[in-house]
Design a protein around this ligand. Structure first.
Ligand code: PEP
Ligand code: MG
Length: 840
């Protein structure tokens, strides 16, 4: 072997070697060699060398084996760029033949020597000669007799004697491993794990540390943390008289540390155990990562065969990163960068235990993370009844509407047939921290019959238990084990560091005191969107709201609004108090009025009774308010312009609440936001009225207060005309849910039906309701921001659509100079971490 040939090179501290030319294992072994750790002699073959071997061009075996003792056994292990991409299994004990068998029988004992030889014959037969694995079924694989039977069986099947030359054996092993990597199945498997189509394989040829023989011999893995929690704890497995992966699969493995539950390596071989601990600790500090070491003990001496990152849950990842930074091994910035922001969801919500068995009934859109089990109910009323009995239930609906909110509060999870990332169920689910799967249209929802049928024909009835996994968008049968949320001290520390580094504010979308309290507990910088319509769906308010809608004369309407006023005032006062002076942005009523009316005949009748009106009046009014396309109809500011008394009442409630909350707490500067604007004149009209309400409240109370009036930019026209809108607005907040809907001309409630097909076929790179379409919608945001700021340099810019919580969108907003993003309260930690990662 030539020292200067980087394709086939002895691993030394200075050999040219990279993970992207020789693979992760080769690179890691070099790092261990540099640390002077006991690594057996190893030769690394580069991706190119292995590729040539697969094509039939074998290197000179004699040269390759030159660094190894003449009679030493060697093994070949895969070294792909990313260990997660897998690779062909290692082949051990290469070099076993009749002569080494005799030598090793003297040195290690006959049984050990026979086992080594037999194992090699078996591995060679199956993986290299591609013989039928069953050929060894009837052979007792132990002792000398077993060995001669195994050799005989090989000779029979292969029609040639077992090869005796170590170079020949090694060449054949290298060729079979190189070809296995290039096979179609292996390629598809690794591509599914994220490997590129042309990912290369490196191989390492390593001196065999034999885990069998005299004295303490064996193999295992060790790590210094618990991979579930990340807490300091020596974990791993060790099996005496074993090699390779025996300890991982073998039942008789020992504990590593002294343990009252059974025998341990610490007792069996205290020195080897102490060495292992020290080696792993050194790897931790010098490789700057919590490592799992694969080792072999040979007559009491420790050899390190490999080191990989400790596999870990998200909660362990957080604790490990924080501890590495606390110990001064990595800077805090790097600790922040090491955590995938989305993985924080695992700490914020209950999850299905990753080790539990999953019986997946169907898949849908993963609309709100977390998992819960409960009994199926098919209506909001049943959900409330179930909650009143103290029984956990899952609300199953075709889609949800504002009427279902109370049912959603009562349920532990929600499942809908229709909808996408910004449908009602998804938005409310995320707001409540409620696991939610929407758009599960591969299931059959028969709401009248109260059944739910999986694609495989299994039918579930009201009361049957299922599990919703909103993190993965799956409906599961039965009740797999769940693991609890873990907002522990390590999580808190990471959040504090994120706060130190990030340079964009994170607010929360919060409609209720409970949402606001959650937002506060996660340290949100304020409320970026309070959707006031949600406040009108409480029982006592809904009926007054309906009275207001049915009022024919202005004085009747005013009377109804006068009754709503104190309710709204109390809502806002509470929100202001909870937020303790932090900004609260309240959006004036947005949805079309018919959303507040019942949708079926029974509901109409009930309403007729409550309002003491003929049923036909109610039906007519409901029909009169129906629109062909309510999303583009009389909603938002259009309602404010045509029925201005509603906004007047809301403005008054906001100002009176401001005075009240400021009296006994931090001074409040409310923000009032006008939804669905498309023309400057809309803003002027609403602003005039809001200003005059403010003047009236001031005249009545004598109390001074200030407020900011802003515009929600949700239509392409508002983006284009931002220059003339901005002079009337202290802030522009981009509602990217509607803006995405209107830019694509794509209904946010119906997109779920074909979105997965669109993404799979590459029409859209991702669901634009989920990840901001920076090309199209993003260009509109940029135009809006630039034109707005040009007209008014102190303009505050933000987004408050669901994209506010998406890590990529946060990067976009930061670059575009936005002041804050606003997202569901439970996404605040995710957004904070993502913002910090963009800033460091
Ligand atoms: C939006 O459209 O982005 C928005 C935040 O408003 P809503 O989702 O209530 O329509
Ligand atoms: Mg909107």
């Amino acid at each position: 072997m030539q020292q200067d040939n980087p394709d086939i090179t002895l691993i030394t501290p200075s050999a040219p070697m990279h993970a992207n030319t020789h693979g992760g294992r080769a690179k890691c072994l070099q790092r261990l060699v540099r640390l002077d750790l006991p690594v057996p002699t190893t030769v690394a073959l580069s991706f190119d060398a292995v590729h040539r071997i697969a094509a039939g061009d074998l290197p000179d075996m004699q040269a390759l084996l030159a660094p190894f003792d003449e009679d030493a056994l060697v093994c070949v292990r895969p070294s792909s760029e990313d260990p997660d991409w897998g690779g062909p299994g290692a082949v051990l004990n290469i070099g076993m033949n009749d002569a080494t068998y005799v030598d090793l029988a003297d040195a290690l004992g006959q049984d050990a020597a026979a086992t080594l030889y037999m194992r090699f014959v078996q591995a060679y037969a199956v993986h290299v000669a591609k013989l039928d694995p069953d050929m060894f079924d009837d052979i007792e694989m132990a002792g000398q007799l077993g060995l001669s039977e195994a050799l005989h069986a090989y000779e029979e099947e292969a029609e040639e004697p077992f090869p005796q030359d170590r170079g020949v054996q090694l060449g054949a092993v290298l060729r079979s491993m190189a070809r296995a990597w290039e096979g179609t199945t292996a390629r598809l498997l690794r591509q599914a794990k994220g490997a590129p189509a042309d990912a290369g394989l490196g191989l390492v040829v390593q001196h065999m540390a034999i885990g069998l023989g005299q004295g303490e011999c064996g193999s295992g893995v060790i790590q210094l943390v618990d991979p579930q929690t990340g807490l300091e704890q020596i974990t791993g497995r060790y099996l005496s008289q074993s090699q390779g992966r025996d300890a991982l699969t073998g039942e008789a493995a020992l504990f590593l540390e002294r343990d009252e539950r059974g025998p341990s390596l610490e007792e069996a071989a205290p020195e080897a155990f102490a060495d292992l601990k020290a080696h792993t600790a050194l790897m931790r500090t010098r490789l700057r990562e919590e490592m799992q070491a694969e080792f072999t003990i040979e007559n009491g001496k420790v050899w390190l065969l490999d080191g990989v990152r400790v596999p870990r849950t998200a909660r362990a990842a957080v604790r490990i990163a924080v501890r590495l930074a606390d110990d001064g091994i990595i800077p805090r910035e790097e600790a922040l960068l090491r955590i995938d922001p989305r993985a924080l969801n695992e700490l914020l919500h209950r999850q299905v235990d990753p080790t539990a068995e999953r019986d997946v009934l169907a898949r849908g859109v993963a609309a709100s993370p977390g998992a819960a089990h409960g009994a199926i109910v098919f209506s909001a009323a049943e959900a409330q009844a179930s909650a009143a009995r103290g029984e956990a239930c899952i609300l199953v609906r075709r889609e949800t509407s504002p009427e279902d909110i109370r049912g959603m509060h009562a349920a532990v999870a929600v499942l809908t047939e229709r909808g996408g990332m910004t449908s009602h169920a998804a938005v409310i689910g995320r707001g409540l921290g409620l696991p939610c799967v929407v758009g599960a249209s591969e299931m059959r929802f028969q709401l009248r019959k109260k059944t739910l049928t999986a694609p495989d024909g299994r039918t579930f009835r009201q009361g049957d238990m299922i599990t919703i996994d909103g993190t993965h968008g799956e409906v599961l049968a039965g009740q797999p084990a769940l693991i609890e949320a873990a907002q522990d001290d390590a999580f808190q520390t990471l959040m504090n560091w994120a706060d130190e580094f990030r340079d964009i504010n994170i607010r929360a979308n919060a409609d209720t005191p409970a949402d606001a309290a959650t937002a506060r507990s996660f340290g949100a910088n304020g409320i970026g969107l309070c959707r006031t319509e949600h406040m009108f769906f409480e029982d006592d308010r809904l009926i007054v709201m309906r009275e207001m809608i049915f009022a024919d004369r202005p004085e009747d309407r005013r009377a109804a609004l006068d009754r709503l006023l104190p309710m709204q005032r109390a809502d806002f006062t509470e929100l202001f108090r909870i937020m303790e002076g932090k900004p609260v942005c309240i959006r004036l009523l947005d949805p079309p009025l018919h959303e507040f009316l019942p949708h079926d005949r029974a509901g109409h009748r009930e309403l007729a009774e409550a309002l003491d009106l003929p049923l036909s009046d109610v039906t007519h009014r409901v029909e009169a308010l129906q629109e062909y396309n309510p999303m583009l109809g009389m909603r938002g500011v259009r309602l404010g312009v045509t029925v201005p008394e509603i906004y007047d009442m809301q403005a008054r409630a906001i100002f009176e609440a401001t005075i009240e909350a400021s009296r006994d707490g931090d001074p409040v500067v409310p923000e009032i936001m006008i939804p669905l604007v498309s023309a400057k004149r809309e803003v002027e009209i609403v602003k005039n009225r809001v200003d005059s309400v403010a003047a009236a409240v001031y005249n009545e109370t004598g109390a001074e207060f200030t407020y900011r009036l802003g515009v929600m930019v949700e239509t392409p026209r508002a983006c284009l005309r931002a220059g003339e809108i901005a002079p009337h607005a202290a802030f522009l907040s981009f509602g990217t849910n509607d803006l995405t809907q209107m830019t694509y001309g794509l209904s946010r409630d119906d997109a779920g039906r074909f979105m997965s097909a669109y993404v799979q076929r590459g029409v859209f790179p991702e669901d634009p309701f989920h990840t901001l379409d920076t090309d199209g919608v993003g260009e509109l945001l940029q135009i809006g921001a630039e034109r707005g700021r040009a007209a008014r340099p102190d303009l505050i810019l933000s987004i408050c659509g669901e994209h506010g919580g998406s890590p990529e969108s946060i990067g976009f907003c930061r670059k575009a100079g936005f002041n804050y993003v606003s997202c569901s309260p439970y996404r605040v930690p995710v957004a904070k971490l993502a913002a910090a990662q963009h800033a460091v």
